[in-house]
Design a protein around this ligand. Structure first.
Ligand code: PBG
Length: 328
C-alpha cells in the first residue's frame, strides 16, 4: 500500500466535482418523512413555542400541507393530533372514534394528495387524561395486555380512515403481532407497520408533548415501557421481536444520539431502518442557529447525511420541508 507523498488524501477533495464524484452517501427529499400536528377548529394555525417554525394545523388546512409534501418530493407525512382536554379520558376511548381528529386528518390528506403516504402513530398518549401511552391500573401502573387490545383497535380505526402505515410508538410487549393480525383479519393486508422498535425514555421529547398537549398531564415518566438510554443490546432484542411479529420496517428514536443503534440494527437485520429526529433535536438545531452558534441549513443537512451514513432508509424530521427545499 502506498503512502504519502505518493498517496495524498486531499487530491480527491481538491474540487467540488471530484468530491461529488466520490461521495458515498446522498440525502434527497425521498429520504424524508414529515411529522405534522393537527388541532380542532377552522382555518387554524397554532404556532408551538418550544418548536419554533412548527405549527398545529386544523383539518381544513392540512390538505394543503399534504400537497406541499407532494410538490417537494417528500414521500410520506406523519400525523399527530392535539386532542382537546374534554375528550381525554382514563380509557382513551376517543382513540377509537372513527371520526376523531386523526381520522378526519387522514381522510383529508389522502383526498388532497393520494400519492403521498400517510403514517399514523399508534399509542394512547394523545387521548389519555394521564398522558401515558397505555391504560393504567388504580395505582397508575401502565397495563400491557389491556393496552395492546386497545392499540389493535386503534390501528384498525386508523387503517379504515386510510392510513398507509401504522406506527406503534407505545412500546407495549406484543403489540406488533396483535396489530398485524387485526389488520389481516380486516383485509388491510397492504397497510404497513413501521414499529417504533427501539424507543428510548428520552429527555428529547419535551416540545412534542407540548405540541400534542400531554406535557402538563403526564404523571411520572415512561421508564417502565420505553427503553433505558444505557442499553444497546436490548434494542436488538426489541427489533428482533417486532420483525418476528410482522413489522415491515423499524424505527430508532431519538435520532442523532442513537446512531450506534441504527448502525447495529442495520448490520444485524438488513431491513429498512428509520430514525426519528425528535422534537428536542429540532429545537436544539434551531436554538443553536438563533444563538449564532451555527448555520441552521448547514447543521440540518449535515445531520441528515449522518443518518444516511449510519444506515437509515429515511428520517422523520420537522425540518422536512426546509430540508427538501435545500436538497432539490
Ligand atoms: C407518543 C410519541 C412521542 C413521540 C412520538 N410519539 C412522545 C413520547 O413518547 O412521549 C416523540 C416525538 C418527538 O419528540 O418529536 N407515543
Amino acid at each position: 500500500m502506498s503512502s504519502y507523498p505518493v498517496l495524498r488524501m486531499r487530491r480527491l477533495r481538491a474540487h467540488a466535482w471530484s468530491r461529488a464524484m466520490v461521495a458515498e452517501h446522498l440525502v434527497t427529499p425521498a429520504d424524508l418523512i414529515w411529522p405534522l400536528f393537527i388541532c380542532e377548529g377552522q382555518g387554524m394555525e397554532e404556532p408551538i413555542a418550544s418548536l419554533p417554525g412548527v405549527s398545529r394545523w386544523s383539518v381544513d388546512r392540512i390538505g394543503a400541507k399534504a400537497k406541499e409534501a407532494r410538490d417537494l418530493g417528500i414521500p410520506c407525512i406523519a400525523l399527530f393530533p392535539n386532542t382537546p382536554g374534554g375528550l381525554r379520558s382514563d380509557d382513551a376511548r376517543e382513540a377509537l372514534n372513527a371520526d376523531n381528529l386523526i381520522c378526519r386528518a387522514v381522510r383529508t390528506t389522502k383526498d388532497a394528495a393520494p400519492e403521498v403516504g400517510v403514517l399514523t402513530d399508534v399509542a394512547l398518549d394523545p387521548y389519555t387524561a394521564h398522558g401515558h401511552d397505555g391504560l393504567t391500573d388504580a395505582a397508575g401502573a401502565v397495563l400491557n395486555d389491556d393496552t395492546v387490545k386497545v392499540l389493535a383497535e386503534q390501528a384498525l380505526v386508523q387503517a379504515q380512515a386510510g392510513a398507509d402505515i401504522v406506527a406503534p410508538s407505545d412500546m407495549m410487549d406484543g403489540r406488533v403481532g396483535a396489530i398485524r393480525s387485526a389488520l389481516e383479519q380486516a383485509g388491510h393486508v397492504n397497510v404497513q407497520i413501521m414499529a417504533y422498535a427501539a424507543k428510548y425514555a428520552s429527555a428529547f421529547y419535551g416540545p412534542f408533548r407540548d405540541a400534542v398537549g400531554s406535557r402538563g398531564l403526564l404523571k411520572g415518566d415512561k421508564k417502565t415501557y420505553q427503553m433505558d438510554p444505557a442499553n444497546a443490546d436490548e434494542a436488538l432484542r426489541e427489533v428482533a421481536l417486532d420483525l418476528a411479529e410482522g413489522a415491515d420496517s423499524v424505527m430508532v428514536k431519538p435520532g442523532l444520539p442513537y446512531l450506534d443503534i441504527v448502525r447495529r440494527v442495520k448490520e444485524r437485520f438488513a431491513v429498512p431502518v428509520f430514525a426519528y429526529q425528535v422534537s428536542g433535536e429540532y429545537a436544539m438545531i434551531e436554538a443553536a442557529a438563533a444563538a449564532g452558534a451555527g448555520d441552521r441549513d448547514a447543521l440540518l443537512v449535515e445531520t441528515l447525511l449522518a443518518f444516511k451514513r449510519a444506515g437509515c432508509s429515511g428520517v422523520l424530521t420537522y425540518h422536512a420541508p426546509v430540508a427538501a427545499r435545500l436538497l432539490s
